[in-house]
Design a protein around this ligand. Structure first.
Ligand code: FES
Length: 193
């Protein structure tokens, strides 16, 4: 006589339920796994702009910096996916690309605002009150240097000299230069953007 026949009805029901439960748990795990894999398959990142730049420099040596500059120009910063993709395409370790991207101040690894504000803190601007301009700008935007506003409208940076010392204190917003600044002029300037 088999073991099953010896089990009373209740024990059998319990075992059947346990088996069902086991399958349900595993099914859920499998479903979760499928979802995760789906996310990988449907990586929404647009590799097109990165590929265009990689094709442009294909076969050329010593092009890592221009490639990164191009990618940053295309995306506004250096997205992790684009860096990983570049490492794969150039057949170099990701750590090397990441090392270059983090070494140079010109590269940014996080999204930046639509408008980049660069407040000069060079010597000529410093002696004409650049620190006050920067402090007032921080207050206006409620940002620290390097910060980006929540609406992604502004990123605040400080720079050493932008070559317009005669107009000190100076700042740039994108490609526009604003000179002979005073803290009370800032709000009106910001309204233009
Ligand atoms: S020091 Fe500010 S523009 Fe030169």
């Amino acid at each position: 006589m088999s073991v099953c026949r010896n089990l009373d009805k209740l024990a059998r029901t319990v075992i059947e339920l346990a088996i069902k439960l086991h399958f349900i748990i595993w099914k859920r795990r499998l479903d979760t796994l499928k979802e995760v894999l789906k996310c990988y398959d449907e990586d929404p990142f647009d590799y097109g702009p990165a590929d265009e730049i990689l094709v442009k420099y294909q076969g050329q040596k010593g092009t890592m910096i221009p490639i990164l500059q191009g990618i940053q120009e295309a995306y506004g910063y250096l997205p992790r996916q684009a860096l990983e993709h570049t490492a794969k395409q150039l057949k170099v370790p990701f750590s090397r690309i990441f090392g270059v991207a983090t070494f140079y101040a010109q590269f940014h690894l996080t999204p930046r605002g639509k408008n980049i504000i660069r407040v000069c803190q060079g010597t000529a601007c410093h002696v004409r009150g650049a620190a006050k301009i920067l402090a007032a700008m921080k207050e206006q935007l409620n940002l620290e240097v390097g910060g980006t506003s929540e609406d992604m409208k502004f990123t605040l940076e400080s720079v050493a000299c932008i070559g317009a010392c005669g107009l000190a204190p100076v700042m740039m917003i994108n490609n526009d230069t604003f000179g002979r600044l005073t803290p009370d002029k800032l709000a009106d300037i910001l309204k233009e953007f």
